[in-house]
Design a binder for this molecule. Structure first.
Ligand code: GLU
Length: 424
């Protein structure tokens, strides 16, 4: 899976092109288009961390703050060997569109550290996280920029970030600062439902699509690329709806099981072994075999740039629901459209994560904790509403759901810019 679909892929340029297309549809004023085409702030920090063997190693961390017109910068922290400034610029812009589309009072941001967390011990990851948070200093904060988990990070890492931030600032009411990150553990101020939120959001979109297309989910099949928080939970939730996952993949390779994987067992295996590799309930297949597996639904839930022209020709599914950010290349997308394969785009499909992050932030600020039912029913309402707004816009304007999602976000941003004007 570490393999990429397109060699010269420029993620930020791809997101810019979608922005341009959507801006044309909503007749976005040129100055607003220009402002949104670059992040407001690009922060790069270099910091040393003591390794377990006593040596010191220098790390490079990033935080890109794309836009804060509608509220504080908001978005994940990625720990991955592929982290780059340009990719984070793309991902931070996508966060602005997600918040704008979902109508939550946040802007967009994204950050990360370029390293492979699998090569480091838990103690080292803790020290890396704490030094990174310290280096970011007051460039993050509950009213300014609110990180969250992304690829390679989790609730534990968010709690370390929160704890470091709380202990570095001079505020007397340290507890009020919990909302500096979301996606925390329940014990440390996290929200019920946050861990599964992205996958649930993907599922709500799939369900709405099936209603429109008179497509019965029970008895159908799926293939899932990436078996971390998003992919694993999506497979689990699909199983509850009677959809069996027949092929999976991650950085260690690809597996098939025509009878359907036991998602619980596979998630457990990944928890203990760090990947799907070595799981006995399936047989190894190639990357091409994975993409050619006949199924009804494909959920990409790994990295960007995974479905290019070759993969788009191979895929034998009816629907793609993008759990990952940017998995499909524009060239791949053209082929998929030609072949009548529908795509529920990332900005819509995976926005359940940031939506429940918002609920977590609200609960922290109000010192409340909502039960799972309340969180999940709010999420369902928000996702269903967003899906239909996108679908309606797409139909009205003759565009696809991706451009419709961008366009709806842009409309909201444009109204706010028009009313506020440009300072001074
Ligand atoms: N990293 C997730 C995303 O890409 C969640 C961000 C958040 O909750 O702020 O949408």
């Amino acid at each position: 899976m570490t393999q990429e679909a397109q060699e010269d892929y420029q993620f930020f340029k791809v997101v810019q092109d979608y922005l341009d297309q959507a801006a044309d549809v909503v007749h976005l004023p040129t100055h607003v288009r220009e402002m949104l085409s670059q992040p407001k702030n690009e922060l790069i920090v270099n910091f040393p961390v003591k390794m377990d063997d006593g040596s010191l190693k220098l790390f490079k961390g990033y935080r890109i703050q794309h836009n804060n017109l509608l509220g504080p910068y908001k978005g994940g922290i990625r720990y991955h060997a592929s982290v780059s400034l340009d990719d984070l610029k793309a991902l931070s812009a996508m966060m602005t569109w997600k918040s704008g589309l979902m109508g939550i009072p946040f802007g967009g941001g994204k950050g990360g550290i370029k390293f492979n967390p699998r090569d480091y011990s838990n103690h080292e990851i803790m020290r890396i996280t704490r030094r990174f948070t310290h280096a970011l200093g007051t460039h993050i904060g509950p009213h300014f920029d609110i990180p969250a988990p992304d690829m390679g990070t989790n609730a534990q890492i968010m709690v370390w970030m929160m704890d470091t931030y709380m202990n570095s600032i001079s505020e007397t009411d340290k507890n009020a600062q919990r909302a500096v990150v979301t996606g925390k553990s329940l014990a440390c101020g996290g929200s019920e439902g946050r861990a599964q939120a992205t996958s649930r959001g993907v599922l709500h979109c799939i369900i709405e699509w099936t209603k429109e297309h008179h497509f019965e989910l029970e008895g159908k099949t799926a293939i899932v690329q990436g078996f971390g928080n998003v992919g694993g939970n999506a497979s689990l939730l699909l199983a509850k709806l009677g959809v069996s996952t027949v092929a999976v993949g991650d950085h260690s390779g690809y597996l098939a099981n025509p009878e359907g994987f036991n998602a619980h067992k596979l998630i457990d295996h990944v928890k203990h072994h760090g990947s799907i590799g070595g799981y006995e309930g399936g047989h190894e297949i190639s990357r091409d075999d994975f993409f050619s597996t006949k199924a009804d639904i494909f959920i990409p839930a790994a990295l960007e740039n995974q479905v290019g022209t070759k993969e788009a020709e191979l895929l034998d599914v009816k629907l793609i629901a993008e759990g990952a950010n940017g998995p499909t290349t524009p060239a791949g997308e053209l082929i998929l459209k030609d072949r009548g394969i529908h795509i529920i785009p990332d900005v819509l499909a995976n926005s359940g994560g940031v939506t429940v992050s918002y609920y977590e932030w609200v609960q922290n600020r109000r010192s409340e904790s909502w039960d799972a039912e309340e969180v999940l029913s709010k999420l369902e309402t928000a996702m269903t509403r967003a899906y239909h707004r996108v679908e309606y816009f797409a139909r009205e304007h003759g565009v696809d759901q991706r451009i419709a999602s961008y366009a709806l976000a842009l409309q909201r941003l444009n109204t706010a810019y028009a009313e506020r004007g440009i300072f001074p």
